[in-house]
Structures are given as structure tokens and as C-alpha cells.
Design a protein around this ligand. Structure first.
Ligand SMILES: Cc1cc2nc3c(=O)[nH]c(=O)nc-3n(C[C@H](O)[C@H](O)[C@H](O)COP(=O)(O)OP(=O)(O)OC[C@H]3O[C@@H](n4cnc5c(N)ncnc54)[C@H](O)[C@@H]3O)c2cc1C
Ligand SMILES: *[C@@H]1O[C@H](CO)[C@@H](O)[C@H](O)[C@H]1NC(C)=O
Length: 294
């Protein structure tokens, strides 16, 4: 069960473990280092610009944001380094939890800006019995964590579409947030963005202050709708799931668009459909070629 569809594809890294991964990485790593050695010395060094990173970073702070989610902020090796990842990326986190035979490798999506000096930040949801998420939630400031490599997602090109829609469920908000922040922080990217964010309860809404700020700063370009399936009494949010009716109401009228989806399996299946059966998005005119699942 995953909010992030490619979890299964990434899982084998866990089984293969450190040995094979390290072997595979050595060649890439040396190549990466060589490339970097020739980089312009005036530009800040990018730690996660692509391929192997293999750095151990110190945890600067760990902040609880709700009942199951923490924000973890790590220091880059030097204060003037930047994360430097491209939109959209995730980073493979390696750990060897005590008492385990195999190390654990899982991808996490940075939510700090790729250009922010000195730090990289993640938002991690804890799953009961989840190996990596339990390890990450157990870390206290000052401890260190190894980051193996950057995984590229959808290769975003500015102004490729006039208007995009992002549909996120629960903790699946991180890739949507990374893309939205990246687009709005790039003055030469004029893409308009509609975000639809579905969660179970009011307490599960993540990054609200950040999205509120974007909406206030870019009222012509960014708008969002939150919907809560089990709202508390007096909730300020709309009630219900991300339905066809809701999407019909809030999605852009431009048809030359792209839809990005990242949510729990039931949500993604309802929206995107199964192999043989189309989902809500297809009925709304967004065939599979117009939909990207993070
Ligand atoms: C590209 C990509 C980006 C990702 N970005 C983020 C991110 O920014 N933040 C984040 O928190 N996670 C993110 N994930 C998910 C993350 O990689 C892990 O899958 C997640 O933290 C669970 O790993 P674990 O080792 O704790 O659980 P595991 O040990 O793999 O799983 C143990 C048990 O936990 C439960 N479980 C685990 N994962 C889920 C799930 N997703 N939904 C429901 N139950 C589950 C299941 O019962 C499972 O059997 C991302 C995944 C991908 C593929
Ligand atoms: C990563 O770094 C560690 C410690 O510096 C080193 O032992 C390991 O061989 C490196 N792995 C790769 C793939 O370069």
C-alpha cells in the first residue's frame, strides 16, 4: 500500500542491500566527482543535482507537524552548498537500523527549495512497522543520515503547459509541493496551477501555511481546494473525497494541460482507472497521456 506508486519498483533496492548498490555506485560516483571538480568555482556546489550523492548529513532539526508526520531538516556539508535537484526529484535515503540484517533504502521528496543554501528538508509520514519511516522519526538533532542518490521524476520544463492540475492525497502532497514551489519561485515560469488536496481528517492537512502564502502572493496563478473525507465538526474544509463533481468544478478549462496525481492507491485508481477501465480523469477528458503519477 503506497501513497507513492513506484514504491514497489524501488523496494528491490532494500533486498539488494548496500553491497550491490555500492558496487553499482562506485563508477557513477567517480564520474560525478570528476564532473564536479571541473565545475565553475564561483557557483554554489550542488549536492543532489543528479546521480550518486553518497553524503552523510547532520540532522539540524526534527519538528512534529501532526500526529504522524515530522519535518526533518538536514545541513548540507558546507553552508554555501545547495541541494540543487531538478524538478521533480526524490532522494534515496539509506539506513541500517539496529538489529536488521539488511539496510533499508527508500526515496523521500525534498520540500525545501533546491536553491536554499546549506539545508535540505523533508516531510516524513510514519507508518506503523515502517522500517525507514520509524528510523527517521527516531532521529534526534545532531545525528546523521546517509543520502545515496537523486532520483529524477517527471522532467519539468517551464511553460510547457499553460495550466496544470495537481491532485494529492495525504502524505502524497510532497511532490506536488516541490513542483508548485519550484514553478512559483522561477520568475520565467508562468504556468498556472490548480491544486486539489484530499485528506482523511482536518489534522492530516499538511503545508497549509505554505500554500496559503503562495495563494496570497500569486492569486492569478495558484489556487487550491482542500477536501476532507472525515472533517471535524465546524471544519473550514469542504467535505468528501476527490470526486468527479469536485474536479469538474475546479479543474482548469484549458484542455492543453497536464494532471499530476499522487495519493493512496484507492484514490489513484478512482482517478486514473485500471489497465482496462478508465477512471474519473478519463471521463473528464484527460486520457492517460495527460496524466502523470508521481
Ligand atoms: C518517489 C517517491 C517519493 C516519496 N516521497 C516521500 C515523502 O516525501 N515523504 C514520505 O513520508 N514518504 C515518501 N515516500 C514513501 C517512502 O519512500 C516509504 O515508502 C515510506 O516512508 C514507508 O517506508 P518504510 O520503510 O517506513 O515502510 P516499509 O517497511 O516499507 O513498510 C512496512 C509497512 O508499513 C506500511 N506502509 C508502508 N508504506 C506505506 C504507505 N505508503 N501507505 C500505507 N502503508 C504503508 C505497510 O503496512 C507496510 O507493510 C516516497 C516514495 C516514493 C516512491
Ligand atoms: C559512500 O561513502 C562511504 C563513506 O564515505 C564509503 O564507505 C562508500 O564506499 C561510499 N559508497 C559509494 C557507492 O561510493
Amino acid at each position: 500500500m503506497s501513497t507513492f506508486r513506484s514504491l514497489q519498483q524501488v523496494r528491490p533496492a532494500n533486498i539488494i542491500g548496500g553491497a550491490v548498490f555500492a558496487g553499482l555506485g562506485v563508477a557513477l560516483y567517480s564520474r560525478y566527482m570528476v564532473t564536479n571538480a571541473h565545475a565553475d568555482s564561483g557557483a554554489p556546489k550542488k549536492i543532489f543535482s543528479g546521480g550518486l550523492a553518497n553524503v552523510s548529513l547532520r540532522l539540524e532539526s526534527s519538528e512534529e507537524v501532526n500526529h504522524n508526520t515530522k519535518r526533518l531538516r538536514f545541513q548540507l556539508p558546507e553552508a554555501d552548498n545547495i541541494a540543487g535537484f531538478g524538478l521533480t526529484s526524490s532522494i534515496l535515503v539509506f539506513s541500517w537500523p539496529e538489529g536488521r540484517i539488511f539496510p533499508v533504502v527508500r526515496p523521500y521528496t525534498p520540500i525545501s527549495s533546491p536553491n536554499e543554501p546549506g539545508v535540505v528538508e523533508f516531510m516524513v509520514k510514519h507508518y506503523a512497522a515502517g522500517k525507514q519511516s520509524t528510523h527517521l522519526h527516531s532521529l534526534s538533532p545532531g545525528s546523521s543520515l546517509r543520502f545515496l542518490a537523486t532520483l529524477k521524476g517527471f522532467a519539468w520544463k517551464p511553460n510547457q503547459y499553460p495550466h496544470i492540475t495537481l491532485i494529492a492525497g495525504g502524505a502524497g502532497i510532497t511532490p506536488a509541493y516541490q513542483l508548485i514551489q519550484g514553478i512559483l519561485q522561477n520568475p520565467s515560469d508562468q504556468t498556472k496551477i490548480t491544486l486539489v488536496y484530499g485528506v482523511n481528517t482536518d489534522a492530516d492537512v499538511l503545508l497549509k501555511p505554505e500554500f496559503d502564502e503562495f495563494a496570497a502572493k500569486f492569486p492569478e496563478r495558484f489556487r487550491y481546494t482542500y477536501t476532507v473525507s472525515n472533517p471535524v465538526p465546524g471544519s473550514v474544509y469542504r467535505k468528501g473525497y476527490v470526486t468527479e463533481e469536485l474536479l469538474r468544478e475546479v479543474m482548469p478549462k484549458e484542455k492543453d494541460t497536464k494532471v499530476f496525481v499522487c495519493g493512496p492507491p484507492a484514490m489513484e485508481e478512482a482517478l486514473v482507472g485500471k489497465r482496462t477501465k478508465g477512471g474519473v480523469l478519463e471521463r473528464l477528458g484527460y486520457g492517460k497521456d495527460k496524466v502523470h503519477r508521481f
